[in-house]
Design a protein around this ligand. Structure first.
Ligand code: URA
Length: 448
């Protein structure tokens, strides 16, 4: 089912040292040159040290949109593109640049699938203070994120959505290059991030992509200016690669929703599917979902799209789709409506406010690190995560809290770990005596 793309014939390509020097001096490389570099990196003829030097030159000199598009397509074609042509309807995925408490994929994918969008979603694991979508899904007893491409395509056709991990065939050049960038100070480059994100998504065989670019202290992009630059780059390169991309900038000045930690976040995403869930999580899900429905041609306006999704939640079809996805991926579907079937931590400790006031900010990084130390995240790629531990916040920015009232509950393996996390989470709250406002969630939408 997976179609291997034939590499285009390479015409004149300068040797690697000259290409590195050309980029160092601010020259644009040709599409043939970029294809040759990525082909050489994939087959091992271009060594890590040369690609590191090139990545650093790109970091300083940037790339034109045409160069970035060539890099994106070369990385996509370093593996296979999933052949989704047998699936009727528009195939639309969503990608988020991620942040603490971001469990949107788990409620969004089945919700829009219940409305007719086909979602071939390939997700990643987390490293550091946030778990990835795969870690959250694996909190579901029995759930498997591994399957053949053939089965993946069949399940997307059958259920409207399947949720899997990155296979070795999906943009392998990006996997190596991302690891290299991580250790060479070249992660924060807009063209390299663009090519990295888009190459993996285009390899899913999608017609369109909705990108959630998170902005704020707890996010990958700390400022609106940087987030906008990344969003514009991905939308533009998407168009050059003949794929529609809409980027939505959303604020991340506190954790998203209330739950942080794998199983706790999965439970919260299921609450959204059954008509509950925290206001901010519901709003972001609806905003991204409305764009996916419009892109798929299933709704003409945002209002229509939101009404369709509200109906899918109210009539149970969104939760039914999630149950079918879980059942077909080997998990226990009862978890969607019976949340206590998800893993439970033995020790629950309530964190109480030390003074009366209004919540001004919650440092997502601190909450994330507190949960990571409980076992919810990993500091090395080969570490296991604990699906049961984490925290649930009871107060968010804009809320008034009374001295002694619960602000969070820590879910831990033992009392000592719970105490340490409780102290750190309390320290993550900034309060003030003056009334505070809830943050604006959707900041900006960027379309071609
Ligand atoms: N996420 C990715 O997949 N790639 C990057 O380069 C940065 C974030």
């Amino acid at each position: 089912m997976a179609a291997k793309r034939k590499a285009k014939k390479v015409t004149t390509v300068r040797p690697m040292p000259r290409l590195i020097a050309a980029k160092r001096d601010g020259e644009a490389l040709s599409a043939d040159e970029i294809r040759a570099i990525i082909a050489g990196y994939t087959d091992g003829s271009v060594p890590d040290y040369q690609l590191s030097a090139l990545a650093m030159a790109i970091y300083f000199q940037g790339m034109t949109p045409a160069e970035t598009a060539a890099l994106t397509l070369a990385m996509r074609d370093s593996g296979s593109v999933v052949d989704t042509s047998s699936i009727a309807g528009k195939k639309i995925d969503k990608h988020s640049t991620g942040g603490v408490g971001d469990k949107v994929s788990i409620c969004l994918a089945p919700l829009v699938a219940a409305c007719g969008v086909k979602v071939p979603m390939v997700s990643g694991r987390g490293l550091g203070h946030t778990g990835g979508t795969l870690d959250k899904l694996e909190a579901i007893p029995g759930f498997s994120v591994d399957m053949t491409t053939k089965r993946f395509v069949r399940l997307v056709g059958k259920n409207g959505c399947a949720l899997i991990g990155q296979t070795k065939d999906i943009a392998p050049a990006d996997k190596r290059l991302y690891a290299l960038r991580d250790v060479t100070g070249t992660v924060e480059s807009i063209p390299l991030i663009t090519a990295s994100i888009l190459s993996k998504k285009l390899a899913e065989g999608i017609d369109g992509l909705v990108l959630d670019v998170k902005v704020g202290r707890g996010a990958f992009m700390k400022t609106r200016k940087d987030a906008r630059a990344l969003a514009r780059s991905i939308v533009r390169v998407g168009a050059l690669s003949k794929t529609r991309v809409t980027a939505i900038l959303t604020s991340m000045d506190q954790p998203l929703g209330c739950a942080v930690g794998n199983g706790l976040e999965t439970a919260e995403a299921f609450e959204v599917l059954t008509g509950g869930g925290p206001e901010d999580l519901v709003e972001i899900t609806m905003a991204l979902g409305a764009e996916m429905l419009r892109m798929a041609g299933l709704s003409r306006t945002e209002t229509q799209a939101r009404a369709k999704m509200a109906q899918a939640i109210a009539d149970g079809s969104a939760a039914d789709v999630m149950e079918r996805i879980i059942k077909d991926q080997g998990g226990d579907p009862r978890v969607v409506r019976e949340l206590d079937r998800l893993p439970q931590a033995p020790k629950k400790t309530v964190v109480r406010a030390e003074a009366t006031g209004y919540v001004k900010a919650i440092d997502g990084l601190e909450v994330g690190l507190a949960c990571m130390n409980l076992g919810a995240g990993r500091s090395r790629a080969d570490q296991e995560v604990d699906p049961a531990v984490g925290a649930v916040l009871h107060a968010k920015v804009g809320d008034r809290i009374e001295k002694g009232a619960p602000v969070a509950t820590v879910h831990a393996r033992d009392a000592k770990q719970a105490r340490v996390a409780a102290k750190r989470i309390l320290g993550a709250y900034e309060t003030t005596s003056r009334r505070t406002k809830r943050p604006t969630l959707v900041l900006e939408t960027i379309r071609k």
